[in-house]
Design a protein around this ligand. Sequence first.
Ligand SMILES: [Zn+2]
Length: 154
Amino acid sequence: MSAYRDGDKTIVLLPAGLSRTDEEQWVRRMLDRLAAKEQRRRPSDAELLARARDLSARYLDGKADPVSVRWVENQRHRWGSCTPDHATIRISTRLRGMPSWVVDYVIIHELAHLLVPSHGPGFWALVERYPRSERARGYLEGFSVASQGSAEEY
Ligand SMILES: [Zn+2]
């Protein structure tokens, strides 16, 4: 049995002939193991910052220029947050193990806040430059509903 990520997908390989209940239990177990493994080899804060700079260059004309982008544990109801005055961004460790295009969306969202603090039309116009924005929002909404039955802020 094994589980791995392939781009946006997670592949779980199981032997044939398991009952439906066993199958579900194994899938859950394999996903937990995979998440634990990914947690151990999380990208460093430095890698996160490099990624944010790359995303800013690609989608925001390099105008958003963060000085730090860090993983943080204590963001129970947020995927990310930022302090525009200091150009610092914090990303919730709950995003670890999610597809990279979803993490990129949260980074783009916070980068756009460095330029436009409010959630007005100007802000969304920036965020929508990232082609998978809408899909990523849907993914995160679905995840929030499934995991805690409440809406997330970010
Ligand atoms: Zn926001």
